[in-house]
Design a protein around this ligand. Structure first.
Ligand code: BES
Ligand code: ZN
Length: 409
């Protein structure tokens, strides 16, 4: 059945590629797990051993093999289609490899060096902020977002939930203690808009802490009504950010600026974040750290077991997370990998920025209902687990945004 579906998908994609690209031979550039490419004997044109990512130009047959292998090993998409991403193409592959190499070198120097990005001591103000987290608020945000038939970027009306979210953010911030700005961001690659809330920093406003998650959803099955409630993927991360913003905006203004993002079109290839990160880089924005929250509601590896993704992320921020955890959260942190640029942090990482992605579980144990009509709030949804990610966002906003720590070297 799966093979049949994949076969149909394959024929459909051929037809699509044919229509889109009449003059071109049907091969495309992709990024995929290096070990998958090697297992399948697909030649790579470039590879990064550290991140375990390979660049290859594949035929449709090769693409299908990669998808089959990644599904068999419990991964999701398994590859990233770079031909879809006009904004990637305009960042040359050399430039991309340069960015990755610089980050790799920084990670290595950091890993070998005597420094560790730890927090010196616990703050009672931050613990006070934790006590203000409301599970009910988080739950009602997830329920509201997952009540839309879908939040798909290619839907006829892709911005209904985006506009309502903007209104809710403005209401939330109506009596903010911190100077703020709410903006909708237009994109070239999709009609869907991203949202940014900027909390302006006081003494170091040019240093930026980014926290984001994607607001869109997708149903990848064929036929049916294609409902995509996306409760876990990713109303959950969106709700963590919403709740953290509510609390942070009532505290003293931080030294650094905090940019909260709810990205568009992640499910169609990291579209919103790719444009945004590229624009920040072009403006030479001093982004200190990028936190990505994508799927925080399904504790597939047990309550308070957090997967700490090691690919497309930075050593010093993973250490920082451990330190945050030791002091404040007391979860079990397990290092794991997506194996490909599985979420928006990869967009920032490719532009050379430091990123972190704490995830709901080990990679192998993620919510099996994502990308389907079954991704709803149900008995497996665990808001006590999800609170840990709101806490991480609070520490980013109240510790990292008030410190002078940055990626060394
Ligand atoms: N939340 C997922 C990513 C994910 C899924 C991470 C399972 C870890 C385990 C995200 O929304 C997503 O679906 N990403 C796409 C990749 C993108 C480039 C289209 C995917 O994984 O297929
Ligand atoms: Zn997804």
């Amino acid at each position: 059945m799966k093979a049949l579906l994949l076969g149909l998908l394959f024929i459909a994609s051929l037809a699509q590629a044919h229509i889109d690209n009449l003059e071109n031979f049907i091969t495309k550039p992709i990024l995929a797990d290096l070990s998958d490419l090697r297992t399948l004997g697909i030649p790579t044109m470039a590879q990064d051993e550290y991140t375990g990512v390979g660049y290859a130009v594949v035929t449709p047959e090769m693409q299908l093999k990669i998808q089959e292998l990644s599904h068999a090993t419990g991964k999701c998409g398994g590859f990233e289609d770079l031909s879809l991403d006009q904004f990637f193409v305009s960042t040359s592959f050399d430039q991309l490899l340069g960015n990755l190499a610089t980050l790799k070198q920084k990670n290595e120097l950091y890993d070998r060096g005597p420094f560790r990005s730890v927090i010196a001591e616990k703050s009672s103000i931050i613990e006070g902020a934790f006590a203000e987290i409301s599970l009910e608020n988080m739950k009602s945000t997830v329920q509201w977002l997952s009540s839309y038939p879908n939040r798909f970027n290619k839907a006829p009306q892709p911005n209904g939930h985006v506009e309502e979210m903007k209104k809710r953010l403005e209401a939330l911030l109506a009596n903010s203690k911190v100077p703020f700005q709410v903006s909708l961001i237009d994109h070239g690659s999709t009609k869907q808009k991203s949202i940014r809330v900027r909390l302006l920093g006081s003494t170091n406003p040019n240093e930026i802490i980014v926290m984001g998650g994607h607001l869109d959803s997708i149903n990848i099955s064929l036929g049916g009504q294609r409902l995509a409630p996306g409760a876990d993927d990713n109303a959950s991360g969106s709700a963590n950010l919403f709740e953290a913003l509510r609390i942070i905006s009532q505290k003293d203004q931080s030294l650094r600026t905090i940019d909260f993002f709810w990205y568009a079109g992640e499910e169609s290839g990291l579209l919103g974040s790719a444009e945004i990160a590229k624009q920040y880089k072009a403006q030479k924005a001093d982004v200190i750290a990028v936190l990505q929250l994508d799927m925080t509601l399904f504790p597939g590896s047990g309550n308070l077991v957090i997967g700490n993704m090691t690919d497309f992320t930075s050593s010093w921020l993973r250490d920082y997370l451990r330190s945050v955890n030791d002091l404040y959260i007391h979860a079990q942190i397990i290092e794991d990998k997506c194996g490909y640029g599985c979420s928006d942090h990869a967009s920032w990482h490719r532009q050379g920025y430091a990123t972190l992605m704490p995830f709901e579980s080990r990679m192998k144990q993620y919510n099996p209902n994502i990308h389907s009509a079954r991704d709803v709030v149900n008995k497996d949804s665990n808001f006590d687990h999800s609170v840990a990610y709101t806490k991480i966002a609070l520490v980013f906003g109240m510790d990292l945004a008030n410190s002078s720590v940055r990626q060394p070297y």
